[in-house]
Design a protein around this ligand. Structure first.
Ligand SMILES: NC(=O)c1ccc[n+]([C@@H]2O[C@H](COP(=O)([O-])OP(=O)(O)OC[C@H]3O[C@@H](n4cnc5c(N)ncnc54)[C@H](O)[C@@H]3O)[C@@H](O)[C@H]2O)c1
Length: 324
């Protein structure tokens, strides 16, 4: 591919080998992916398109925001006119699509917003990318939004287990329990807590996306998973053990409360990731290391989101999700 020219954030002329569009880059997983991309590909322009929803924070990207090959654009993937214009003007080669509504609890009462962003917004992006004839489109979610066009379009679909680590908005279980305990509040478990989840550290997931970017076959679906599994009750106890420095069963119980269950709470999502292993990816960060780094990060950075305290209620309130 020939070198492409473009303007960097400071208006200086710069040449880039390829131009990657990452959607949802101010969110959890994609912020890690952007940091890895900027490190691995100094000759690529990385454009972060994010509407800066309640769960986003540009502080996630503070360490790289002054790089000349990084550009942030605030915008909505559902805005067809804006997205079309973006592809027409930016000469995008590759799309990594992470922007989405992601919180299950919110989906129960804001379902139309989920459909709007996750399905219709994805459709807007896919259409614009197809028109722009991009080389590769990596979609982080479900494949159903593509209908029958997959054979004619270089889409790679990914599905991932639960991800944890720095930068995740504290509505999700791990940062929520950490932040509650750091404030001397109890972990609020939905129902019995027997439901199990597989947890992957964020940088491992970022590496998975780079592997898929480099070696993933268009038309394929890759699971990004791990054998490491924990029930929510085990998770709560583990975090109490680490943060409150106690192993006594009676003391552990003091830091746990059970609240009413979600309207629907799946018991687990077993998944096979051998296809991705064959491309050379495997998770590297052990739980002990990942969770330690995560606890330390939330101690120092919880207030990266102005309304983070509101996310610690057992069930998020509609005041947090202003648009519902
Ligand atoms: N976090 C996990 O454990 C996990 C596991 C498997 C799959 N995923 C998938 O990975 C993707 C990213 O998840 P995450 O946890 O990083 O999400 P997140 O909620 O932390 O971030 C989502 C980002 O998308 C942005 N966004 C939302 N709507 C937008 C719109 N209309 N236009 C532009 N930007 C918009 C938000 O501002 C935010 O920065 C999602 O598709 C999610 O379903 C996440």
């Amino acid at each position: 591919m020939s070198e492409e020219s473009g303007w960097n954030v400071r208006g200086a002329r710069a040449s880039f080998k390829k131009r990657l569009l990452v959607t949802g880059g101010a969110g959890f997983i994609a912020s890690h992916v952007i940091i890895c991309l900027l490190e691995r590909y100094p000759d690529y322009l990385i454009i972060n398109l994010d509407k800066l929803d309640y769960c986003a924070s540009l502080k996630n990207l503070q360490s790289v925001s002054s790089r000349t090959n990084y550009r942030f654009i605030q915008g909505d993937i559902c805005d067809e006119h804006f997205v079309k214009l973006l592809f027409e003007t930016e000469n995008i080669h590759i799309v990594l699509h992470f922007a989405a509504q992601t919180h299950v609890d919110k989906s129960f009462w804001c379902s139309s917003e989920f459909t709007n962003v996750n399905v219709d917004g994805t459709q807007v992006l896919v259409n614009a990318a197809y028109q722009a004839n991009v080389e590769k489109f990596i979609h982080v979610s479900t494949d159903e939004v593509y209908g029958g066009s997959i054979k004619e379009f270089p889409v790679v679909v990914t599905r991932s287990s639960n991800v944890y680590g720095p930068h995740q908005y504290p509505e999700k279980v791990i940062p929520k329990f950490i932040a509650l305990l750091q404030r001397n509040r109890k972990c609020c478990i939905h129902g019995t807590g027997v439901q199990a989840r597989h947890f992957l550290y964020a940088t491992d997931v970022a590496e998975a996306f780079l592997t898929i970017l480099e070696k993933g076959e268009p038309g394929e679906t890759y699971n990004v998973g791990t054998n490491f599994e924990m029930s929510v009750i085990q998770l709560a106890k583990e975090l109490v053990h680490l943060i409150k420095e106690t192993a006594s069963e009676s003391e552990l119980e003091l830091w746990i409360e059970h609240v009413s269950d979600r309207p629907s709470n799946d018991l687990g999502y077993p998944m096979n990731s051998k296809k991705l292993h064959r491309l050379g990816w495997k998770p590297k960060v052990a739980w002990e290391e990942g969770i330690r780094k995560t606890i330390e990060w939330y101690e120092a950075n919880f207030h990266n989101w102005p309304d983070a305290e509101k996310a610690l209620d057992p069930f998020p309130s509609s005041a947090l999700y202003k648009r519902c």
